[in-house]
Design a binder for this molecule. Structure first.
Ligand code: KG4
Ligand code: ZN
Length: 335
C-alpha cells in the first residue's frame, strides 16, 4: 500500500512549526522555530510580533521540513493546519500557507483544532485505545476531555478562569522569572519545600471544572504581604507550594474522572505536561495500574509543535473530513 504522508502546520501562538508524519504515527520531520526570545522582554506573547515572525519563518520552515523528511510536495497525501483557537493574526499565516500549498499542489486540506492536536501528540507515542481520558494543560487551556472514538471530544471539565499554564506564567512574573515561567517554577519547586499554605479550588462536589485564579492571587498576595512586613519570601518554597496545589487539584480530579468513566487510557497533553512534578505525580498514581495505561509524550511533543497537528490531521484525513479552500482562522474555535 502507498505510504500516507501528512504535513502539519502550527502557527497559533509563538512557534512557527511544520512537521511531516508518515502513516499516521511516524515522525519524518518536526521543525519548530521558536520566537520566545523576541517576546521575553515583554513578559508575554505580543500578537503583532508573533504574526510578523510567522510571516518571516513559514517558508523556511516548510522547506526545512520537506528536506528533513526527504520528500516533495507531490508526495503529500494531505496538509493539516491549526485553524484555531489561538491568536488570529498568527493563525492566519499558517492557514494561508496551508491553503497555498493545497491549491498549488492539488493536495487535500484538513483543519485541526489546536487542543485536538495536543491530545493526538500521544498517538505518536502509543496507539490510542478507547474510551480514553485526556488531561489537557496548556497556556490557554485546562480541560479534561473524554473520547469514545477518534475525532470525537467531550469536554467534561474545564477552567472557569485562568489556564494552568497562565497561572504558572503569572506566578513566575511575580517572582521576576523570565517568560514563559512554567519551566522556571518547575525547577525552583524541586529545590523548595511546600511549606506555605495555599488554597485549592475544588468547586462544587462532583465538578470536573478547574479554577486557578484564586491560587494565583494568593501567591501574589503572599509575596506582597511579605514585602510589606519587610520579610523575604523563599522563592523555592513558594514555587513548591504553588506547584503542589496545582498538581493536587489536577491529579485528584483526573483520578475521579478515570474511575467514573472507566477509561482504558489516560493521556497527558499541552505545554504544562512538560512539568516534572505533574509527570511524576501521574506516574505515581497511574503508572503501575493494570487496568489503565498512562501515556505521557516526550517534552518536545508537549509544547506547541506541528507533529501533533499532522497526527490529528491524519485521523481526519482517514475519515474524509476535509476542509475547503475557504477555510478561515477561527481564534475562538470550539473542540
Ligand atoms: O501548549 P503550550 O506550548 O502553548 C499553548 O497552547 O498554550 O503551553 C505553553 C505553557 C506556558 O504557559 C508554559 O509556561 C507552560 O506551558 N509550561 C510549563 C512547563 N513547560 C511549559 N508549565 C509548568 N511546568 C513546565 N515544565
Ligand atoms: Zn498549545
Amino acid at each position: 500500500m502507498k505510504d500516507q504522508w501528512i504535513m502539519g502546520i502550527e502557527t497559533s501562538c509563538d512557534e512557527t512549526a511544520v512537521a511531516i508524519i508518515k502513516n499516521g504515527r511516524e515522525i519524518a520531520a518536526n521543525v519548530v522555530a521558536s520566537q520566545i526570545e523576541s517576546h521575553k522582554r515583554f513578559g508575554g506573547v505580543v500578537p503583532e510580533i508573533a504574526s510578523r515572525h510567522h510571516v518571516e519563518q513559514i517558508t523556511l520552515v516548510l522547506e526545512e521540513a520537506l528536506e528533513k523528511a526527504g520528500i516533495t510536495y507531490s508526495d503529500l497525501s494531505a496538509i493539516a493546519v491549526t485553524e484555531g483557537p489561538g491568536l488570529v493574526g498568527a493563525l492566519l499565516i499558517g492557514v494561508n500557507a496551508a491553503k497555498a500549498v493545497a491549491f498549488a499542489h492539488d493536495i487535500p486540506l484538513v483543519g485541526v483544532h489546536h487542543i485536538a492536536g495536543h491530545i493526538y501528540a500521544n498517538r505518536l507515542v502509543e496507539e490510542m485505545e478507547f474510551p480514553l481520558l485526556s488531561l489537557v494543560v496548556s497556556g490557554g487551556h485546562t480541560e479534561l476531555v473524554y473520547m469514545e472514538e477518534h475525532g470525537h471530544f467531550e469536554v467534561i471539565g474545564e477552567t472557569r478562569d485562568d489556564a494552568a499554564g497562565e497561572a504558572y506564567d503569572k506566578v513566575a512574573r511575580t517572582l521576576n522569572l523570565p517568560y514563559p515561567g512554567g519551566p522556571h517554577i518547575d525547577r525552583l519547586a524541586h529545590e523548595g519545600n511546600p511549606s506555605i499554605q495555599l488554597p485549592r479550588a475544588w468547586l462544587e462536589e462532583g465538578s470536573y471544572d478547574f479554577s486557578f485564579s484564586g491560587l494565583k492571587s494568593a501567591v501574589i498576595n503572599a509575596v506582597h504581604n511579605a514585602e510589606q512586613r519587610g520579610e523575604k519570601i523563599v522563592p523555592e518554597d513558594l514555587a513548591a507550594s504553588f506547584q503542589e496545589s496545582v498538581i493536587d487539584v489536577l491529579v485528584t480530579k483526573t483520578e475521579r474522572a478515570v474511575e467514573e468513566y472507566q477509561v482504558k487510557q489516560l493521556l497527558l497533553a499541552g505545554g504544562v505536561a512538560a512539568n516534572k512534578g505533574l509527570r511524576a505525580a501521574l506516574e505515581k498514581k497511574f503508572g503501575n495500574k493494570a487496568d489503565i495505561e498512562l501515556i505521557i509524550p516526550p517534552l518536545s511533543l508537549c509544547t506547541d509543535n506541528a507533529a501533533m497537528i499532522a497526527a490529528a490531521g491524519s485521523v481526519l484525513f482517514e475519515k474524509g473530513q476535509f476542509a475547503s479552500l475557504d477555510l478561515n482562522a477561527n481564534p475562538g474555535l470550539d473542540i
